[in-house]
Design a protein around this ligand. Structure first.
Ligand SMILES: [Zn+2]
Length: 165
C-alpha cells in the first residue's frame, strides 16, 4: 500500500500545518506543538547491479517463489551508510564478497515511499550461500539480461536502463 505524505507529526501526533519556509522558499510541513519543521521522510534502500570481476556476468536472484529473477536489493538500516548496506545485503543474500562498489543513481519508488540508491558492484566469484530469503541466484550475460531475464516494464528494467545497461 502506498504511504501518503506525512499528515501528522511523527513525534507528537499533532496534525501538521503547511507554513512558508523562508530559506526553502516554499511551504514545508510544520508541527505547531513541537514548534519545528517536519521535512519529508522516506524509506531508504539500496539496489545493486552485481557483476563478476571480469564484468561479463551479472548476478540476479529469485525470491518469494517467483518465476523471474531480480536485482538484489534491501533496506538501509537505521544509522547505516548506503555503502555498508550494499556489502551487508550481498553477503546476507548470496554469501559473496564485494570487491568494488560504484554509485550509479537514485530512484524514487512511490508505492513504498522509498528512495533507492543504485550501485554497480563487483563481487569475487565464489559459491553462493543463499539465505532463506533467496530461492536461487544465477549469473547472466549482461547483454541479454534486459531482453530475457528480468520482467518487462519492471523496476529492474528502469534501474538497469538508468545504470546504462
Ligand atoms: Zn510534533
Amino acid at each position: 500500500m502506498a504511504e501518503r505524505p506525512m499528515e501528522y507529526c511523527p513525534f507528537c501526533g499533532t496534525r501538521l500545518e503547511h507554513r512558508y519556509h523562508e530559506e526553502e522558499k516554499r511551504e514545508i510541513p510544520f508541527c505547531p506543538a513541537c514548534g519545528d519543521w517536519r521535512f519529508p521522510r522516506y524509506n531508504a534502500a539500496v539496489v545493486m547491479v552485481i557483476l563478476n570481476e571480469a564484468g561479463d556476468r551479472m548476478l540476479l536472484v529469485k525470491q518469494n517463489h517467483e518465476e523471474r529473477y531480480y536485482l538484489v536489493a534491501g533496506y538501509i538500516d537505521e544509522g547505516e551508510t548506503a555503502e555498508h548496506a550494499v556489502v551487508r545485503e550481498i553477503r546476507e543474500e548470496t554469501g559473496l564478497r564485494v570487491t568494488g562498489c560504484r554509485y550509479s543513481h537514485s530512484h524514487y519508488y512511490e508505492p513504498s515511499n522509498t528512495l533507492m540508491f543504485c550501485y554497480v558492484v563487483t563481487v569475487a566469484e565464489g559459491d553462493f550461500v543463499p539465505n532463506d530469503e533467496v530461492d536461487d541466484a544465477a549469473w547472466f550475460d549482461p547483454g541479454t539480461v534486459m531482453e530475457e531475464s528480468v520482467p518487462k516494464h519492471s523496476l529492474a528494467i528502469e534501474l538497469l536502463t538508468e545504470a546504462g545497461y
